[in-house]
Design a protein around this ligand. Structure first.
Ligand code: FPP
Length: 259
């Protein structure tokens, strides 16, 4: 198993789970069975993140564009989601995981939506980890949704144009209240963002792997985290500025501990 530093974990990991179809093709089985195996990798990854202490995990489970897939495949993905919720909500509760969602839930079939709302309510008091499912989600749509809401609030005199800034805009996104992802993983060897969390990943570390999502294991997750831990996140500063900043922070920590 790859070694990772548990004191320097990404607080928020986002994953583009790609390659279910190609995995199925490799195994000469239908695409839907690839998604089924992908759902197992979801379970493993959620558990591994909870075990090591990752606080937020956002999974791209169904994009706005995915509605254009063949009807049979869309139905199968919805059934897998239902099955996951039926079987896993109890586990999520037990492990202290709160389920949240981002995306246009109103486009989901009413029964699936109802089940999701129930699972969200059942786990709403949990604080150990947030499992955030992106469903019927598109990054550009999310930004447009936020802009429309701001314009509406401006008309109601709730928001002044001069108040619009990064922090304020962030609160109008689906991810309101969540920190931006520290690490974004994409499986299957594709080097694209595919309309995922466009606003939120401005300073996120990106990690691409050739592993197909159904083959993704705890070890692969650890490899991604280890790669993240080797990087210097400068947020636009110079390396020297960053070192000085970290030095001041650690001095402050020592001082606070003494008092
Ligand atoms: C991409 O593979 C994956 C998806 C479109 C959906 C992700 C869904 C799951 C992992 C299973 C169910 C999820 C939950 C939360 C229970 P692809 O079909 O685009 O693969 P390909 O690019 O190889 O064709």
């Amino acid at each position: 198993m790859v070694k990772i530093d548990l004191n320097n974990l990404p607080q928020h990991i986002a994953i583009i789970m790609d390659g279910n179809g190609r995995w199925a093709k490799q195994h000469t089985i239908g695409r839907i069975r690839g998604h089924k195996k992908g759902a197992q990798a979801v379970k493993t990854t959620v558990r591994a993140c909870r075990e090591i202490g990752v606080k937020y995990l956002t999974l791209f489970a169904f994009s706005i564009e995915n509605w254009k897939r063949p009807e049979e495949e869309v139905q199968a993905l919805m059934s897998l989601l239902e099955e996951y919720l039926t079987k896993e909500t109890k586990q999520l509760k037990k492990q202290g995981i709160k389920l949240t969602t981002i995306g246009e839930l109103d486009r989901l079939n009413p029964a699936v939506k109802e089940q999701l709302l129930q699972a969200k309510a059942d786990t709403s008091k949990n604080v150990e980890m947030i499992l955030n499912l992106a469903l019927s989600y598109g990054g550009r749509d999310e930004i447009i949704h936020a802009v429309k809401k701001i314009v509406r609030d401006n008309k109601k005199n709730k928001v002044d144009i001069n108040e619009i800034n990064n922090d304020m805009f962030k609160r109008y996104l689906y991810t309101c209240g969540m920190p931006d992802p520290d690490l974004l993983i994409r499986t299957s060897g594709e080097y694209r963002i595919s309309n995922f969390l466009l606003w939120q990943i401005a300073y996120t570390e990106l990690y691409f792997t050739n592993v197909l999502w159904p083959d993704f294991t705890k070890d692969h997750l650890f490899k991604a985290i280890a790669s993240y831990q080797k990087r210097e996140r400068r947020f636009g500063l110079t390396s020297e500025q960053l070192k000085r900043q970290n030095h001041s922070k650690s001095l402050l920590n020592i001082k606070n501990k003494r008092h």
